[in-house]
Design a protein around this ligand. Sequence first.
Ligand SMILES: CC(C)(COP(=O)(O)OP(=O)(O)OC[C@H]1O[C@@H](n2cnc3c(N)ncnc32)[C@H](O)[C@@H]1OP(=O)(O)O)[C@@H](O)C(=O)NCCC(=O)NCCS
Length: 176
Amino acid sequence: MDKATTFPISLSGYEIEGLVGIDAPRLVPLYQACSDYVVLERGQPPDAATVKEEFETFPPNRTAADKFVFGLKGVDGEVVGLLACDRNYPREGCWWIALLLINKALRGRGLARAFCDDFFTWLKSQEVERVELGVLTENEHALRFWQRQGFEPLRLAGPVSIGTKRHLVQIFGRSL
Ligand SMILES: CC(C)(COP(=O)(O)OP(=O)(O)OC[C@H]1O[C@@H](n2cnc3c(N)ncnc32)[C@H](O)[C@@H]1OP(=O)(O)O)[C@@H](O)C(=O)NCCC(=O)NCCS
């Protein structure tokens, strides 16, 4: 599986692109359109470094080889959504979702749900059995979103410091 890997998306007018570090500048408008989330996460709005970090931050004992960043592109080529994940973390057969972002102007239309459903269908076809992720407990909307996608709360982690903020993190998991 290389970094150009994509999966079929059921949303008409959209496609998935596998993104790598040099694509970071193309993601700046998306991060700016998701400033609400970045401020909640780190206490300050995004800049170019925030986006670059997405490609350079790995869970313990993992490297860039295990990182996959999928962009959701509209017909004009603009990236309006992002799903960043780490393969085989925290264990073999389980993928870890590091971040899901949808441009604020396009939220509430089912884009994230379809993005995730299609991603999970593809993961299942790759013999992946499970997905896990962490949600900042302050992010109430995301806590509800993931539970509606069938994720179950597993445990609380933290506190972790991000930028000027300190967070508790709710870990969720779901079998595919
Ligand atoms: C969490 C997030 C990814 C959800 O994205 P989204 O595209 O708005 O999600 P969806 O539209 O699929 O579902 C969200 C809501 O829209 C509703 N919805 C689903 N399909 C819909 C449709 N066709 N028309 C209208 N609403 C719809 C869902 O039922 C859900 O209901 P809610 O309003 O009660 O929450 C988005 O809010 C986001 O980017 N937040 C900032 C980053 C973040 O918190 N990420 C998660 C942490 S990892």
